[in-house]
Design a protein around this ligand. Structure first.
Ligand code: SF4
Length: 330
């Protein structure tokens, strides 16, 4: 068993739920024109950031549907906010988060090298789930889920030295061999570029009113096996992350998980809104005798390597202890 497991405190900001993809399990996306389709404005986002900062969060997690710009109605809404591209808007949101005292982490789906270059100096880390290297029915209407496209973006983030989160989604129709292949691809990218901080092993959860509503979720045994395979395949400096609001983390820590991802005291998990985040006391109860250690959305090894821009250095200095974890509040 590990001596400790890590987690971070974040605010989850679903900036837009308009998305060009149609994944078979998704309840997050909305079509333009749907009453729940949204593009959040700056004042709504400012309120969330300020509340999170007061609650002790260190991470502003900005989440987007992918390339909503392909949807004309979205572009019109963006223009009303004064922006001509999503990346321009994200850059301003990141600056706002930094001003308020939170470290931005953006997951906006597929981004080009040019877009990553714009966002790198304003993000402490970024993310994109690989999900799987297999071609699956779940992704048949999702051009952005083509494995080669996702691998290319994760590689580009590596070339740019962006501390990075990725992961696999378990139980969406892939085989055990597919899972191993996906994890090996991630491990190889990390060996080449050294940028992967954590790999999420996320269990698929069937949701009502989706094409995969009747598709069985992975069993507890499959999850234990996948976490243990991940631990074997991934280099030692890459954390295996599991989501404590989706599955009992203790059995997975025993199998090799070492990180519990971001939990939020002030916002919900917009991807799995039915699954409440545990608070820190509950998290410690779940992990039993294993110490919980709070980290930032950048891991100690990347702080040590100086993989962050001068825009973020004051915040890093204020928020970290001498080992690169979150400084304890006085
Ligand atoms: S890319 Fe993300 S938001 Fe878009 S449909 Fe797939 S899971 Fe949903």
């Amino acid at each position: 068993m590990p001596e400790f497991v890590t987690f971070s405190r974040n605010v989850f900001i679903p900036v837009t739920n308009i998305c060009r993809n149609h994944c078979g399990y998704c309840t997050f996306r909305r079509d333009a024109g749907h009453p729940e389709a949204r593009l959040m404005n700056i004042s709504e986002i400012r309120q969330i950031l300020e509340k999170g900062e007061k609650a002790g969060c260190t991470e502003a997690l900005f989440v987007f549907g992918e390339y909503a710009e392909e949807v004309p109605e979205y572009l019109l809404e963006l223009e009303k906010l004064g922006y001509s591209s999503t990346v321009e808007y994200v850059a301003d949101l990141c600056e706002l988060a930094i001003e308020i005292g939170l470290l931005p982490h953006t997951n906006a789906g597929i981004l080009t090298q040019h877009e990553l270059e714009i966002l790198k100096p304003l993000n402490i880390s970024m993310g994109l789930m690989l999900e799987t290297t297999a071609e699956l029915k779940a992704h048949s209407e999702s051009p952005g889920k083509a494995p080669s496209t996702r691998i290319e973006m994760i590689r580009t983030a590596g070339k740019l030295q962006i501390p990075f989160t990725t992961g696999i989604l378990v139980g969406i129709g892939e085989t055990k061999a597919d899972r191993k292949r996906s994890l090996n691809v991630i491990a190889d990218m990390h060996r080449e570029f050294g940028h992967i901080q954590e790999v999420i092993i996320q269990n698929f959860m069937p949701k009502p009113d989706t094409p995969m509503a009747d598709h069985a979720p992975p069993s507890k045994e499959e999850m234990i096996e996948t976490v243990s395979i991940a631990r074997e395949i991934l280099p030692d400096d890459v954390a295996v992350q599991v989501a404590p609001n989706l599955i009992d983390p203790y059995i997975l820590i025993k199998a090799g998980a070492s990180d519990l991802g971001g939990v939020s005291p002030t916002t919900i998990d917009w991807i799995n809104p039915e699954a409440e985040w545990p608070d820190v006391i509950e998290l410690q109860r779940m992990t039993k005798e294993i110490e919980l250690r709070e980290r930032l959305p950048i891991y100690p090894q990347h702080i040590k390597k100086g993989w962050y821009s001068s825009n973020l250095s004051d915040l890093i200095e204020t928020l970290t202890d001498k080992n690169g974890f979150k400084r304890k509040q006085q």
